[in-house]
Design a protein around this ligand. Sequence first.
Ligand code: KIV
Length: 275
Amino acid sequence: MSATAKKTAPLPDDIKSMKGTTPIVSLTAYTTPMARMMDGVCDFALVGDSVGMVLHGMPSTLGVTMEMMILHGQAVARGLTTTMLVIDMPFGSYEESPKQAFANAARIMRETGAAAVKLEGGRHMAETIAFLVARGVPVMAHIGLTPQSINTLGGYKVQGRADQADALLADARAVADAGAFSVVLEKVPATLADRITAEISIPTIGIGASVGCDGQILVVDDMLGLFTAFKPKFVKRYATLGADGEAAIRAYADEVRARSFPAAEHTFSDKAPGQ
Ligand code: KIV
């Protein structure tokens, strides 16, 4: 590469080629400032439908709409230059038919500039994944705990234990064979995640899976300590921004009530402009 060559964001194939060589780093992102913080640090940023719970206070991801994903996708796109953008397909936007999935995936990519979409499901989504990939839509699959199916899974339980393991392995093989460029493994026992990682040709991205996955993802508000409604076991908090923010808001309120804010340095004189 020449000294003046401009670095660009990786493409789905670049992420795929990292399997077994370089750990893939990713986080969710929902806003421009958060995207700027991870730009060039993460390999990809995912506008997850977790946005509904994390930013909009929804009880699950089921109420998230195409419009929400596109709005947040556009915001994140404005903050990324050298990190790839992936956007979740929301519940109800792809399950009905491959044609429905293509129309909505194409809309997401057209209106946000995303490089790829993510959708939940294993063997039963393989036909749709193949349909999308054949038409120019790179797909990241998502198996294990698939939050859009909590009502049929019976809650946010670990998936793939004991006699479920072979089914999950079959799901992983099916999405890889269908042409997905990577697959998220959520809340899967570590031994099974390791087995899947060893047996399929595409990168596994773990969340509550195994350190042996080809990459990791976390919800950014969880790892920054901004989302404190609950903390799944697989979350490590790298900062305490929620507690810091609450303390800052209390300090501000105290100072306003004590009439100590704004101080002289925050107010303007009537002399020179700008002073
Ligand atoms: O919606 C989301 O944030 C996700 C990640 C947890 C992988 O799907």
